[in-house]
Structures are given as structure tokens and as C-alpha cells.
Design a protein. Sequence first.
Length: 254
Amino acid sequence: MTLGKTRFSTDGYKLSVGELFWRWNMFYNMRIQARYMFLDRDRRQYPKGFADQLREKFIENSELPPHQEIADYLSYRYPFLSPDFVNWYNRVFYFDPSQIDLSQSGGDLRIFYEGPIHTDCHHEIISLFDISNLITKTFGYTPNPGWQDRVHHEARVLKEKGVTHSHGGGRRALFRDHHDEVLGILKQYRKGVGDTGGFYGESFIDMAWAHDLPIMGTMGHEYIEACAGIWGYENANRKARELWHQEYGKNLGY
């Protein structure tokens, strides 16, 4: 049975970056606010009522319960994360729908996110997950015929060529069962001891847990951008590296 949506339906880097934002606001009392928007790269026209259905998904997210097994797995795979932060994310944090300004004008979808950076940042990936799944349902999309054979072929070739690779498509998967089946195929070509290549890991935390895979990811561009907004663009890269090393040392993920 495929794992349902959880509060860990997000990429690993959102938690490594999220710990920095959490520390800035919760420990250093920097009171940093974040504001960002959904940019539809496809310029899709959405049917009437799409925003209302999506709003229901966002409310569902606010009620996602803690999941201690996944939290423990995250700490196992990302031992450099603070246990206090992992516990906060699992048991205190929630996806606050009041931070989301969602509307629809004709076929255009408009979404703005605004709130304290240590909570607001976590809406991004689970929102994209919800949008992608709802698009699939609304427009009746299905995988291309023979897609399993193509995944088998590509994974086999990559392993034979000595290429180590990971999967990172959770935010824009057609639907959860499809994501699950893709990982099931890729695992058949997993990189083993002595192999020069093969499938290695998964970026979505809860799906990595479900398939016993390393959680992939280090940091996202929003971290550098946040540093630029606070300390200036000319100082952003240096400050980002400095604070990252201060928090994690040489442990930058995989």
C-alpha cells in the first residue's frame, strides 16, 4: 500500500535549510519574515473551482499528524540535524493555511505565501505536491504507455555505465502511486557494494523512509537569497557558507 501524504512529504534540503531559518528566528530572535509566490512555468489555465479544491488540500496539510518513525529515520539519515529541530518540525510545527493567499481569476491561479521564514518556507514543496496531484486528477493525466520499460532501460544503462543517480521528482509527480512504482523499479538497479554506479537515493523524506533509501539534498537557493536579503547580495555567498559551517561543520548531506 502506497504511503499517504505526511508532514514529511517534502525534500530533504527543506529541513537542512529550515534548521537555519528556525535558529535565526527561534534562538536569535531575528524575526525574519518571508514572502514568495507560486510561478506557473506552464502558464496553465485552470478550470473553475480549482483554487477551492486546492484550498481544501492546504487545510488538510494543517492537520497532518506527527510521524515519529519518519522523524527518527530523518535523524538517522541526517545525523547533523539538531534533535530539537527535528522534534519541533515533527511535533510543534504545522502548515498554517493563514500564511497562504490563494485566489483564482478566470483560468489564472495566484498563490502568495507570507509569514515567519522558519514556518513559511515549508509550504513550498507540499504545495507543489498538492498542485501536481490535483492537476493529474482534474485533467485526467496518465503515464505514457510503456513508461515502466523506459525506466527499467534508463536505470539499467546508468548502472552499466557506472553512473550513480538519485530520484527527485516528488514535488511534480503525476500521483503518489506513480512515484512509489518508479522507486520500486529504480531500486532493482540499486548501487551495491563494489558497484561503480546505480540508483542511490530519493529526495522526498517520507518516500525515502518508505523505500529505505538515503535522503538526498543539501540546500536550496532560498537560503542564499535569504542571506542576500539580510546581509546584502555582495555578502550573501560568504555569509551563507559561514553560517552553514557554523551549524553543520563539514556535514553537508550527500
